[in-house]
Design a protein around this ligand. Sequence first.
Ligand code: CO
Ligand code: CO
Length: 321
Amino acid sequence: MEQILKTLPKGLKDDNLIVGYESKDDAAVYKINDEVSVIETLDFFPSMVEDPYLFGQIAATNSLSDVWAMGGRPVMALNIAAFPDGMKTETIGKVLKGGAEKVIEAGCTLCGGHTIVDETPKYGLSVTGIVETKKVLKNNGVKVGDKLILTKPLGVGILLTAHQCEVDTKEDFAEAVKSMTTLNKYSAEILFKYRVSALTDVTGFGLFNHLNEMLDDKCSAKLFSESIPVVNSNVKKYVEDDYYTGGAIRNEDAIKNKISFHETPEWIKQVCYDPQTSGGLLCSINAEDAKSAIEELSKLELKSAIIGEVIDKKDMAIYVE
Ligand code: CO
Ligand code: CO
């Protein structure tokens, strides 16, 4: 994909585009003036759950996330969808209802959209957000000495795979859905009160690859494998029974040569390669602020944790202790 993008014309150079094509960030940011900037993002994907209403909720929660990941808040959203010819209106309605409810919960306005006919149902949102220009949070602003906070547990991809193979329990699936349908709004609103130097959300590339993008060859990171939050203890069991995705294998191939493991359990590695659908925020935060932030975050429903720290650039990008 990156190869293709490199060959495309970039359009007019515009100094007000403060986050654009060249960066690997979560969304584009356009500066209106020194006070206000606009955030623009688009995400949609095929369904990974049978229930159309839950699919709508998950897809919308995921699409909205990139706005908070830039330090902003969503203000308006458009549906983007594909449904097969002959799909029941009632089913389509459930997808759109799930999505619309999450848009409203986000404090955002749904203002239209576009649907095409396609064999595989797909749904998501294009979201516009606003942010104070000085408070745009790029994903690669990490500072040495910062702590790293993750605001949702990992393992959702593994649980969904187990669910597709019908080996999971109802509780496992419910916990995965709970995580995927929880807006990053709540953790973002807490984090925005503190000195955050970089912010992104953990999605398809898994924890290690998203962290590597944050480090951007400028710093390294130390992770504490015992602190990494996991949805539940069955995740370990499913990994040991080989329930992980093709995406996890690609994620591992992309980054494994940049990681140094020190007695890291194999299943924890797989959890960190696991592609997350609608995952949590990964935050690089001033070390003095990390403790108060995590105290506040721990009052939310989903597990947050300080999972490591940013260190001076060394041979490897990530050192897992
Ligand atoms: Co993102
Ligand atoms: Co995205």
